[in-house]
Design a protein around this ligand. Structure first.
Ligand code: GRF
Length: 194
């Protein structure tokens, strides 16, 4: 069963690219129907254009608050029959409008083993804490910051020779395979907790 998905991203979009590539290679039974971006000019927009994915890019400051711009997003999602939302570096909490419109249909990827190191710069937080194990978490989104039921996780070992940069590379390599694979499992199972 194929599904229309939207990816929300604010930055470079390497996870967006991994999802688009997985669809192209037949590994993810989905159509990337929309990129939603809250940072006009972000590199992820270029990636979407190159992949032929429609873009809804907005400046939050042009709206009267979160409910207002989420209504605009909701309209775009509805127009494209989007059934599932994948957050991929969307640096903003999801509000009530979208949570109610897409109950248990919004997924996030976070670069740590949650509940450890939620929020910004999770890789830096792990590095500074001196932990020897960090990783990647994929979870359903609720109103909290990187909370919500965990769907899957994969660990990354931090060696004494590692730097922030090498940890980041290892974490990203895992993200780029784990996210498309988890989305595929969710779609195949009709979006239930694994
Ligand atoms: C990823 O590390 C993801 O886990 C986090 O934001 C980052 C986005 O990176 N939520 P990119 O834009 O996909 O390269």
């Amino acid at each position: 069963m194929s599904m229309n998905i939207a990816v929300f991203a604010s930055g470079s979009g390497s996870n967006f690219q991994a999802i688009v590539d997985a669809v192209k290679q037949g590994e993810l039974d989905a159509k990337v129907a929309l990129l939603v971006c809250d940072k006009p000019g972000a590199y992820v927009e270029e990636r979407a254009k190159a992949a032929g994915v429609p873009v809804f890019c907005f400046n939050p400051k042009s709206y009267n608050g979160k409910a207002d711009f989420e209504q605009a997003i909701r309209k775009e999602l509805k127009a494209r029959d989007v059934e599932l939302i994948a957050l991929a570096g969307y640096m903003r909490l999801i509000g009530e409008v979208l949570l109610h419109a897409y109950p248990r249909r919004i997924i996030n990827i976070h670069p740590s083993l949650l509940p450890a190191f939620p929020g910004l710069d999770a890789i830096g937080q792990a590095f500074d804490a001196g932990v020897k194990l960090t990783g990647v978490t994929i979870h359903f989104v609720d109103e909290g910051m990187d909370t919500g039921p965990i769907i899957d996780q994969e660990a990354v070992r931090i060696h004494h020779t590692d730097t922030r940069e090498t940890v980041q590379k290892k974490v990203q390599a895992i993200e780029h395979t784990l996210y498309p694979a988890t989305l595929q499992q969710l779609i195949a199972k009709g979006v239930e907790v694994l």
